[in-house]
Design a protein around this ligand. Structure first.
Ligand SMILES: [Ca+2]
Ligand SMILES: [Ca+2]
Length: 282
């Protein structure tokens, strides 16, 4: 008998049937289906062994911050109701101008984060059929000169699915861009992506190789360092849909205005957070 004329092995047929059934049963409008998919591929992060600035909860960051409105010619000011300890996170939604900054208090305790209390914030995007995992850190230290540090740090990992809801690719945020691996080549543990997190900058990487990633005016000035330190399993953290966060969509900067912002170096200010203009890595 010719090989080509053989019927497919039973296991393959069963797998194909089960994949079709899974795809057919996934309802992107059903929050339980979305969360189940998010859990299935929740990344495992390895922090650098010397990491000082760990993941945190954005809600804790808000409570330890005051909003500062940057104004030309006039001194900065704090709008009523937005001083430290009194911010209603839902009210941040109304902040849609780009001159507003969440100014974290300048203490080590506020900057260090809290792994146990840090949530996994996931976002399913129906249009691109991707799942994005948002990781927040209260402080970004380097790499490079101290002036490049900034309060608030949003990093993310995006998993791309095919029409059967099977993963095909993983994308990892790093500084201004991202790197990607096919699902086949992406490092995994128990079928979930493994991510290495750079010391201080929290850039994400599929491997531990040291890379030059930070440049100013085309000149490389610093390298990221990756290592296999603390293991943070996103599936074991509190799981929350980022779009359901009370502040989702705010345009406030997560972190004070950078000292170099006045000379155009806006990356020294707190970054913008998850919103309709900052979504999956595509
Ligand atoms: Ca501050
Ligand atoms: Ca960063």
């Amino acid at each position: 008998m010719l090989i080509g004329s053989r019927p497919p092995p039973a296991a393959t047929t069963a797998q194909a049937t089960s994949a079709r059934a899974e795809a057919a049963s996934f309802d992107p409008k059903n929050p339980q289906d979305v969360q189940a998919l998010a859990r299935k591929y929740a990344p495992i992060r390895y922090m650098h062994p010397d990491e000082q600035y760990k993941p945190g909860d954005p809600l804790d960051f808000i409570q330890s911050s005051r909003v500062r409105e940057h104004r030309s010619f006039w001194p900065d000011r704090t709008p009523d109701g937005f001083d430290e300890g009194e911010i209603d996170p839902a009210k941040l939604k109304g902040m849609q101008k780009d001159n507003l900054y969440l100014d974290l208090k300048d203490t080590d305790a506020a900057r260090r984060g809290n792994v146990a209390g840090s949530p996994t914030l996931y976002q399913y995007d129906e249009k691109s059929n991707t799942m994005t995992y948002w990781f927040f850190y209260p402080y970004n230290k380097g790499p490079g000169p101290g002036n490049l540090n900034h309060e608030g740090d949003w990093e993310r990992v995006t998993v791309q699915f095919d029409a059967q809801q099977k993963p095909t690719e993983v994308r990892y945020s790093s500084h201004t861009g991202s790197v990607s691996r096919s699902w086949k080549d992406a490092p995994k543990e128990n079928g979930r992506p493994v991510v290495y997190v750079a010391e201080g900058s929290h850039a994400n990487s599929p491997d531990t190789k040291t890379k030059t990633l930070v440049d100013v005016a085309g000149i490389p000035i610093a390298q990221d360092h990756f290592g296999r330190g603390q293991r943070v399993d996103s599936a074991r953290q509190e799981f929350r849909d980022v779009k359901a966060e009370p502040w989702y969509g705010t345009r406030v900067h997560w972190g004070e205005r950078g000292k170099l912002a006045a000379v155009g170096q806006t990356f020294t200010s707190g970054p913008s957070g998850p919103s309709s203009t900052k979504g999956p890595l595509l």
